[in-house]
Design a protein around this ligand. Structure first.
Ligand code: GDP
Ligand code: ZN
Length: 315
């Protein structure tokens, strides 16, 4: 096995992976055994960010082994496929990119990815773009909401060059995943961080018409000021894989102080009487948008299979 060389996956298409090996990018294919060795109900064996061992030279070199991951982010593959789809691995942080307006800020989308990052122990920052479109209080209200959710907020305008030095400082010497809905300005941000990168910027009108063609591959880009970013386009729906209801509470930090203060020790803060979290929302101490996101995710979580078995069939 001495011929194996180490490389890092920088782009994943359907069947072909681009692997950087000592400064050179080669196309490689995963060996069939990697699919056979998949544990649990994982869909894909190799992702962007993976360190891999490449076999001896051939037309299409083979990925023989994926080295242990420091961390990874995954979701439920799709509404038709309940398997775990891994999106990327081995990152220092994730930047959840959103815009104040055009498109308007989506709490649901943002809160899902922030919760998923906590679940996978990936530090996350909220990058709020297009603050030039802020009509007054929008960005500051979002800042207050997310700071109480223990999430750092960085307000920027890629178009007007606001906050970009702070963004550069945040990214420097790190591997960061970039996640956000199409239209929030990810390509624009990358293009201003690295002139000449020439990522295609969409026309907002086309995005609104729903006709935007999004690339389906993730790629890891090196920016010359000294960082790597993983661009993860085309992820519209993010549903966490493998989470259970009792765990979800811990992924919303502003709910945690109320642990043990509800009438029922195992309160899910959903429908139970005398719920301290519900009271805190009513009293304006927890942002209603965050609580709504919590309930939305809670509602989607399926009970584990053993619980289903325990249910008596009632005709
Ligand atoms: P992506 O889909 O996330 O890659 O978004 P794009 O980079 O393609 O940008 C979508 C639209 O938003 C384009 O029309 C950009 O010009 C616009 N845009 C990007 N950043 C800003 C910003 O900071 N302010 C404003 N007003 N528009 C922006
Ligand atoms: Zn409760």
């Amino acid at each position: 096995m001495s011929e194996l060389v180490k490389g890092r996956v920088v782009r994943a298409d359907a069947r072909v992976y681009h692997v950087q090996i000592e400064g050179e990018v080669r196309q490689c294919a995963p060996r069939g055994k990697l699919f056979e060795q998949l544990e649990g109900d994982v869909k894909n064996p190799v992702v962007v960010g993976d360190w891999v061992q490449i076999g001896p030279e051939s037309d299409l070199p083979g990925i023989e082994q994926v080295l242990p991951r420091r961390n990874y982010l995954s979701r439920i593959a799709s509404s038709h496929d309940p398997r775990e789809q891994v999106l990327f691995s081995n990152v220092d942080q994730l930047c959840a990119v959103a815009s104040v307006r055009k498109p308007g800020f989506s709490s649901s989308r943002t809160d899902r990815i922030l919760a998923a990052c906590r679940w996978h122990e990936i530090p996350a920052i909220l990058v709020l773009n297009k603050i030039d479109l802020d009509r007054g209080e929008e960005a500051s209200a979002l800042r207050a909401t997310y700071e109480s959710a223990q999430t750092e907020v960085l307000e920027i305008s890629a178009l007007e060059g606001v906050g970009l030095d702070r963004l550069r400082a945040l990214l420097k010497n790190k591997v960061s995943a970039l996640y956000g809905a199409s239209g929030v300005g990810k390509s624009t941000i990358l293009n201003v961080l690295q002139p000449g990168l020439d990522l295609k910027v969409s026309k907002t009108s086309k995005y609104w018409a729903g006709g935007r063609h999004t690339t389906s591959f993730s790629q890891m880009l090196h920016l010359s000021f000294g960082c790597w970013v993983i661009d993860t386009p085309g992820i519209r729906v993010f549903r966490m894989h493998g989470i259970t209801k009792p765990h979800l509470r811990d992924l919303f930090p502003e709910l945690v102080p109320y642990d043990g203060r509800c009438r029922f020790a195992d309160c899910t803060h959903d429908h139970e009487p005398e719920c301290a979290v519900f009271d805190a929302v009513e009293a304006g101490k927890i942002a209603p948008t965050r609580f709504a996101s919590y309930l939305e995710i809670l509602d989607e979580i399926q009970p584990p299979p053993e619980d289903l078995d325990a249910v008596e069939p009632d005709g």
